[in-house]
Design a protein around this ligand. Sequence first.
Ligand SMILES: [Zn+2]
Length: 449
Amino acid sequence: MNSALQCIFATKELSDYFLYNFSEKYINKNNILGSGGLLTLGYINLLLNINNTTNNEYISPGLFKVVLSLCSSKFEGNEQEDAHEFIIYLLDIFHEDINRVIKKPNNDNLKYNSDEISSDKKSVIDWNNFLKRNQSVLIDLFYGQLKSSAICPICHYHSIKFNSFFSLELSIEESTNQEIKLEKLFYEFSMEEKLDRDNLYKCEKCKEKSEANKTIEIYHVPKILIIHLKRFNNNKKINTFIDFPLRDLDINEYIKSNDSVAKYDLFGIINHYGSMEYGHYTSYCFNYHDHTWYEYNDRLVNKIPKEKEKDKIINKNAYILFYRCQDNDSINWDVIYNKKYENINENNLKLFGADFVLKENPKKNLILGEINNITNIDKSEIIPVINIDEKNEIEDNIDKDINEIKEIKKEECKLEIEIKTTGIFSSIKRTKNNTFRIKTFHETRKKEN
Ligand SMILES: [Zn+2]
């Protein structure tokens, strides 16, 4: 648990959100899939304690552990839990605790025939359906999309499905040369797989079971990419050395959509020592305050000298890798739902389900904004929503920093805006007049320096 927590603390975007942008009123108390805020508030409390310590003084997560065992009987006691399972559980509860969707609509299980509609369109429809039920900073940061396709050997029906994911699970073949490059695992991930007798494919159309070929491909990747190296197979641990890069992981070749993504840099690793039956976890994390790697081994915290980084970190016990997209350096942009303002019209609600991204371009004092996935909306309705000229709504005297907002380009599913600024913004908030409020990031920056 400790090593997994260290990697989650090291996720700067999430920690910044919880420390500087979070408010208790965002807790979705009635969501039965969450913990009513218990686990999230317990975690934030722990994060605050850690943030207020100096010199890497040890903070016991004791209280958090109590809260955790109250939320799930799985984490009672002191038994070693699988770090990957723990991460999935924790991030999922965080998400449901702050899910901005108050009432989830029924899940439409859409099925498509590949001949009827393009993959890109299906991907957008499925992603929008997913967003109708799930909206939080966790989705913004950690979720990507996989495409799985299969052709029924009996009726030749071509089935295509899109699924969201927040941890990429890469299988490892025990290899004789005992060293594999991470890129090779990405390559093998997208290879066609024959579903055999133990795992037959059931056709959606003719309902027959058969040994079809199935392909799973990466379609969209998240800003924070968690890679789970599947070292445990058939009750056995695979000890193959996986050679992964510290910086500049390029996965464009393995993305099957037209996305082009920046390279990824590593910022956290969970290592597993030992066997299937008995194991011990440690972690290496990049500390974003002092830009140094640290080794965390229960109570022991050791600085890793720059010259030893590579040799130490790229090791054969690596089990879970945390990568950050280089394009995501500055700030996570989160549209925060404020329950106070329920008086929003239908179109705005739809827009709210859209994917709002702002990209900072500090050199030109410009912020480029994009609203993606706008499908069912009259584009003429969009402009008033991003009207930020209500100066009294802008906090922190930042009003002088916003010079101009103009629309650059409108396309189907996408609107680009340009905000001329001398400031740095951290989040966008809906206000009572259906405008967005922009909050400065100055305070955070000051704290870091
Ligand atoms: Zn069939």
